[in-house]
Design a protein around this ligand. Structure first.
Ligand code: FPP
Length: 241
């Protein structure tokens, strides 16, 4: 049987264009995007995916008009309040990754409630990247490691890739196997720079609010047909499988 991805990472792009195409405000696109997110989270949990990481707000998104930023912040608060019980029932562990300190006390409170309530669940990890930047994550990891070197806890000669992985915000999850970006752009936008080193990349033109469980199933199937070589030759991979 073809392998399923253990960890899927998604850039949910295209909410604004989805709304513009319908003559609606961008906020309507984000609301529709929220519904798509709910469906995909439930679908991944049903498929017993180990981890799903979604990019909800990048560190660059603060540059958007204040009304849109405020709308997104309120949407996050409402989304956590309305979805938390369902996620908990589905045994999902919710984690927020990113530099959280910039958020309002109200949102931080909801974030902590969601993380605490689901902390002992042992189903899928749902990692929600907010005010997240891949470079910032690495800077944070380097600072933590430097602090440990200074205090004598870590010897610089013992620093390996595992040391760095252990100091990232996704240290408890396997590395993403499948990356999906909707909305037609083909770039990483500072997302999971450390973690995507060997991930299979998929870019789809579908705008996020139109992204469906069926399309995800298709992408998972085509992921299963890819040969992941991790630097080896095709013959080596086939001999060891
Ligand atoms: C990108 O589309 C989308 C965002 C910046 C917001 C994503 C948020 C959601 C889908 C809601 C999910 C919420 C939670 C709590 C997980 P865009 O606005 O950049 O679209 P455009 O490129 O067409 O303008």
């Amino acid at each position: 049987m073809k392998e399923s991805p253990r960890h899927i990472a998604i850039i949910m792009d295209g909410n604004g264009r989805w709304a513009q195409k319908r003559g609606k405000q961008r906020s309507a696109g984000h609301q529709a995007g929220m519904k798509a997110t709910r469906k995909i989270v439930e679908h991944c949990a049903r498929l017993q995916i180990e981890a799903l990481t979604v990019y909800a707000f990048s560190s660059e998104n603060w540059r958007r008009p204040e009304t849109e930023v405020n709308f997104l912040m309120e949407l996050f608060v409402k989304a956590i309040r309305s979805e938390l019980n369902k996620m908990h029932e589905n045994n999902i562990r919710v984690q927020f990754i990113g530099e959280l300190s910039r958020f309002s006390g109200i949102l931080l409170n909801e974030i902590h409630t969601a993380e605490e309530k689901t902390a002992n669940n042992n189903g899928m990890y749902l990692n929600i990247a907010v005010n997240y930047g891949g470079r910032a994550e690495l800077v944070n990891a380097m600072c933590e490691i430097a602090g440990k070197v200074q205090s004598g806890e870590i010897n610089p000669a013992d620093i390996t890739e595992s040391t760095i992985s252990a100091h990232t915000w996704l240290s408890v999850c396997p590395e993403p196997d499948l990356f999906i970006r909707t909305g037609g752009e083909q770039r990483l936008s500072n997302y999971l720079l450390w973690h995507l080193a060997y991930t299979e990349l998929v870019f789809t033109d579908t705008l996020w609010p139109d992204f469906s469980a069926e399309e995800l199933d298709q992408l998972i199937l085509s992921y299963g047909a890819r040969e992941r070589r991790f630097g080896q030759t095709g013959e080596q991979v086939q001999a060891s499988s």
